[in-house]
Design a protein around this ligand. Sequence first.
Ligand code: HEC
Length: 138
Amino acid sequence: MTKPQIWVAAFLGMFILLFFIQKLTTPTEAMPNMTINSSPVEEQVNQDLTGAELIKQFGCLSCHGQNLEGTKMGPALADLKKHWNRDELINYLRNPNSFMDTERFVEYKKQYTKSIMPGYSNKDVKDLGKIADYLLKK
Ligand code: HEC
């Protein structure tokens, strides 16, 4: 082999080596998600978050307060089990507007004129379920 050929061979050898090293190291991290859950990447990121963490991540606290004690932008989220069961609460989070006619919400509308509860129908229902579980336990 000429000198340039030796260099090319050396480089190729390095790439092949790197390729196999990568093959050996990645599966251990990628496997659990790939086998258990084939949903899109974005949902997998939320997979391990608790209801409390999701509430933080989805920005609920900015209106409902750091400890869900309520702010000028939104009511306290306390004693929700008096008013909701799990399915209803998930439906509410997905589409708050459809609950606006009840007396409680007519009151809210008067009280919170500057903000309304946004809908979260773009979120994974599983995540909303975790949030509902968390809120109903409080
Ligand atoms: C922009 C401010 C804002 C954000 C962000 C927000 N909310 Fe609200 N939320 C409100 C307001 C205001 C109400 C009262 C109803 C209304 O006027 O729309 C409300 C009502 C509620 C209620 C009903 C309370 C009751 O007494 O039954 C729940 C439950 C709730 N929000 C949960 C959440 C969750 C969970 C999140 C995050 C995923 C969230 N909110 C994000 C403003 C907000």
